[in-house]
Design a protein around this ligand. Structure first.
Ligand code: SF4
Length: 351
């Protein structure tokens, strides 16, 4: 996709605005803004009006959902390994630092979703969010698109799920609680490891793993069960038995209702960026990665199976899952499969 499903509005730039570079976007009516506050320094926002906000996942996809809503493109969480980097290239934007700093904002997402949900053609299917980039990245603090999106879904009692690394999701706790009264709401938080040093370099724009686990805890305290996508498990950097144990222990302590491990995958776009990072921070691992990922984007099946089995055993040991005593909870369709259900390593392309 380039800018073909985005209807852009006139460049009525304000104090912060300036006309977008037509060569960059292939359009001359994107409103481009920068904000001179510490959290947004160096970030450029491209505000567009989308023609459609409900996206159908291609039939051949391995995704366990059919419809997604993604109000943003690009992500200031800036995870080095992010698989969505490639999609920035579809917009003629840079997949490296550009993915972290050039954020496309579909400013009309809530009103558009409300209209599409009201259409007679819409069947009320489950809608997944946070599947391409994080809908609770820092930009959401400014643009506040998610409250309108959640409200629209709630008004139509439309089931939905959110996957995030952002603590900002707690801002919408009341809305999520209200939604959960009328429809199935599945929230998952992504925490691949708890190593602070690794976090600072490989996920530099994200809240710390402990803060994300606080989100899991807080949601649980408010009656909204929250699963953890243990992603990614990073070969040779977060995969020792002790590291896996510590991560699963912390996830269990936060009260997660499920844990689903995903081993790092490196598709084009992410692969180049991650390999450059590896060369700077862990040069001794470059050859090992070349061997481990010699056959493509995914680690070998034997490796994925090993991680899945280890996490599975740890999850049982720490009592994570639907069998957790005293924590009876319906497993909703929106949840990632509890780890006990994963006989085979999974290759879902989620955060
Ligand atoms: S992995 Fe998720 S949180 Fe990290 S940069 Fe990508 S979309 Fe953002």
């Amino acid at each position: 996709m380039r800018w073909d499903n985005l209807t852009v509005r006139s460049a009525d730039s304000d104090d912060h605005g300036r006309a977008a570079d037509p060569a960059l976007f292939g359009a001359d009516a994107v409103v481009t803004r920068t904000f001179d506050t510490p959290e947004f320094r160096g970030i450029t926002f491209h505000e567009v009006r989308a023609r459609s906000v409900l996206n159908r996942v291609p039939g051949a996809s391995r995704m366990p959902f059919e419809w997604t809503v993604n109000p943003y493109r690009g992500c200031t969480h800036a995870c080095v390994y992010c698989f969505a980097r490639k999609t920035h290239g579809y917009l003629d934007l840079d997949t490296g630092i550009g993915f972290d700093t050039q954020i496309v904002v579909k400013v009309n997402a809530p009103e558009l979703l409300r209209r599409q949900l009201a259409s007679r053609r819409w069947q009320g299917d489950h809608v997944a969010m946070g599947t391409n980039v994080d809908c609770y990245q820092r930009a959401e603090g400014r643009y506040r698109l998610m409250p309108g999106i959640i409200s629209a879904l709630t008004e139509h009692a439309n089931p939905f799920s959110i996957l995030t690394k952002g603590t900002l999701v707690l801002r919408d706790l009341d809305l999520l609680t209200r939604a959960a009264r009328v429809t199935d709401v599945g929230i998952s938080v992504s925490v691949g490891f708890t190593d602070a040093e690794l976090w600072r370099t490989v996920e530099p724009g994200t809240p710390a793993p402990e803060r994300r686990l606080d989100v899991v805890r807080t949601l649980g305290e408010h009656g909204i069960g929250c699963g953890v996508l243990m992603a990614p498990v990073i070969p040779f950097l977060s995969d020792t038995p002790a590291q896996l144990r510590e991560t699963v222990r912390a996830i269990a302590a936060a009260g997660a209702t499920s844990v689903t491990p995903l081993v790092l995958h490196l598709r084009p776009g992410a692969r180049e960026w991650f390999t450059a990072w590896l060369g700077r921070h862990h040069p001794h691992l470059v050859r090992r990665y070349e061997r481990l990922y010699a056959d493509g984007a995914y680690a070998p099946t034997w490796y994925q199976r090993r991680i899945t089995r280890q996490v599975h055993e740890l999850a049982q040991e720490y009592g994570i899952g639907p069998w957790r005593a005293g924590q009876a909870r319906r497993i909703r369709p929106a949840d990632p499969a509890p780890v006990a259900a994963l006989d085979e390593p999974t290759q879902l392309t989620l955060m």
